[in-house]
Design a protein around this ligand. Structure first.
Ligand code: AMP
Ligand code: MG
Length: 495
């Protein structure tokens, strides 16, 4: 933080501009709550560029005032802290949930007219905490900060991270860990699970209010269209298809695609056991509890469709007064999903391979490349990046006969559109990242921050992740796949 001559001790004048539409919805959808007091808040990391986008002038705020603000100790003018109600299918089983360790301060209107939820995660118990303590540990909150910001820089719709502050208090997860609060910024926190919450209560009147509210907030072009709820389902499915395709194209594995973790806005939300894949394999799973591979890399599109089916069920009473007719509308939309997803995925893969035109055999050409990667345990990110330069294919693995055969087909394919030329490779580098947040690098940054209070490792990593497509030679170290000792990487929920 830049400390001016007179840093301000209160956040009231830094540019807050709240307009809390969700808090004006029927009160069955939330409970008022105040963040818990914490002993000694201290800033770990602040996202100044994001603050600027939000119209918040954090540069003039004292370190102490920023810590108090983002630990929920000082509630800014216009905020109306609430915990949101929702439900969700977790690993296929339905549960009533709600913000158990998150508090929505309100909706910030930005100078350019956008609206973002400002939410504190780890700020103490709420009416929905069940047996949980409402707290969060520093490691997982910094992890969310790193990965969400990396996703944003990769061009993938996501919630963002504005700040992480430590609380000066322990949280107990088997052993005592340093407590922390993450400030999450989202287009909204409306989830498939928000709709499921009202559907489970058979609260049709409020369901319609929620649907209308969501349409106005995220799909305003549908407000006046005929059959708007069917169109709403279609639009949500379309954004999910686009989002999951983007995940697949960078090897991102969410890890816990429960329906409460599906944002209606189409943003990636809830960074728990997520991770990026190193070696390409469809069955890649990192989450320690995902034994059946429900949320494996290759299964993400199927699960997205399953989650959308749960969403469609909630909308049935709105789709048609006749139940059979409603089911038919829902099924028609859901059945479109595989083709919609495939179209986004194929378009993205064509770009990754430098194609500017469509050929019928492209899908097969792409799949045979992926099959080769899977058979040889090729690194997903680096292989695509290696293809993206004139002289990138120097590694031993590229001498493999099967690869040579494929490479000739690929070059011929590019030849049919006049390539490959400099612009082919330039365009490829704009979609094939040089750096991703590799698990061992993220862990290294977290242990420096958490165990040694050294944030420099994380800041270095964040600098690399901020421009992932650039190919800055200073960041070459972040390209390396994990050492063999770290290949069995596991991620954990219940953070
Ligand atoms: P998640 O796995 O983060 O998507 O969380 C699933 C549900 O558990 C949500 O309703 C959370 O609010 C709740 N939850 C997770 N951790 C805690 C905690 N430490 N205290 C209370 N509730 C929690
Ligand atoms: Mg969640």
């Amino acid at each position: 933080m830049v400390t001016d001559a007179q840093p301000r001790g209160s956040s009231d004048t830094i540019g807050w501009n709240f307009d809390n539409t969700y808090a004006r919805l029927p009160d069955v959808l939330f409970k008022k709550v105040m963040p818990a007091p914490v002993r000694a808040p201290r800033v770990s990391v602040l996202n100044l560029p994001l603050a600027d986008e939000l119209g918040l002038d954090l540069r003039t705020l004292s370190e102490q005032a920023a810590a108090a603000l983002f630990a929920g100790q000082e509630i800014p003018d216009g905020a109306e802290p609430i915990a949101q109600a929702y439900a969700g299918h977790q690993y296929g089983g339905f549960t009533m949930l709600g913000d158990g360790r998150a508090i929505l301060l309100g909706e910030q209107r930005t100078p350019d007219g956008h609206r973002f939820d400002i939410q504190l995660k780890g700020s103490g118990p709420t009416a929905f905490s069940r047996s949980g303590d409402g707290r969060a540990a520093l490691g997982p909150m910094l992890r969310e900060y790193i990965i969400s910001e990396a996703m944003h820089a990769l061009g993938i719709p996501t919630t963002r991270s504005l700040a992480v502050v430590t609380t000066g208090e322990p949280v107990y997860r088997g052993s005592p860990l340093r407590g922390a609060v993450l400030t999450r910024v989202a287009a909204s926190h409306l989830r498939v699970g928000t709709f499921q919450y009202l559907a489970a209560r058979r609260d049709e009147a409020n369901l319609r209010i929620l649907a209308d509210y969501t349409i106005e907030r995220h799909y305003p072009e549908l407000v006046d269209v005929p059959q708007k709820y069917g169109k709403f389902l279609q639009a949500v499915a379309n954004r999910q298809a686009a989002l999951i395709a983007k995940w697949q194209l960078v090897g991102f594995i969410h890890g816990v695609m429960n329906t409460d973790n599906v944002a209606i806005s189409g943003e990636t939300i809830d960074y728990g056991p997520c991770a990026f894949m190193d070696a390409y394999h469809l069955e890649t799973v990192f989450s320690s509890i995902d034994h059946a591979g429900r949320y494996a890399y290759g299964n993400q599109p199927n699960i997205a469709q399953w989650n959308l089916a749960r969403f469609a069920e909630t909308l049935l009473p709105l789709l048609d007064t006749n139940e059979n007719a409603a089911v038919e509308i829902a099924m028609a939309e859901l059945n479109q999903f595989p083709a919609t997803f495939e179209a986004y995925w194929l378009a993205g893969m064509r770009k990754k391979l430098g194609f500017q035109t469509d050929e019928a055999e492209d899908a097969e050409l792409i799949r045979s490349f992926l099959d080769w990667m899977q058979a040889t345990q090729a690194d997903f990110t680096n292989t695509f990046r290696d293809l993206s330069t004139n002289d990138g294919l120097t590694g031993d693995s590229y001498r493999d006969e099967a690869f040579r055969v494929w490479h000739t087909r690929w070059q011929n394919r590019l030849g049919r559109e006049g390539g490959p030329n400099t612009s082919t490779y330039t365009l490829m580098r704009m979609v094939n990242p040089f750096v991703i947040p590799r698990n061992h690098r993220v862990e290294e940054a977290l242990s420096a921050a958490v165990d040694r209070d050294d944030l420099s490792v994380m800041h270095q990593l964040l600098a690399a992740l901020t421009s992932p497509y650039e190919g800055n030679a200073d960041f070459t170290m972040y390209r390396d796949a994990p050492p063999p000792s770290q290949c069995g990487y596991r991620t954990y929920c219940g953070t």
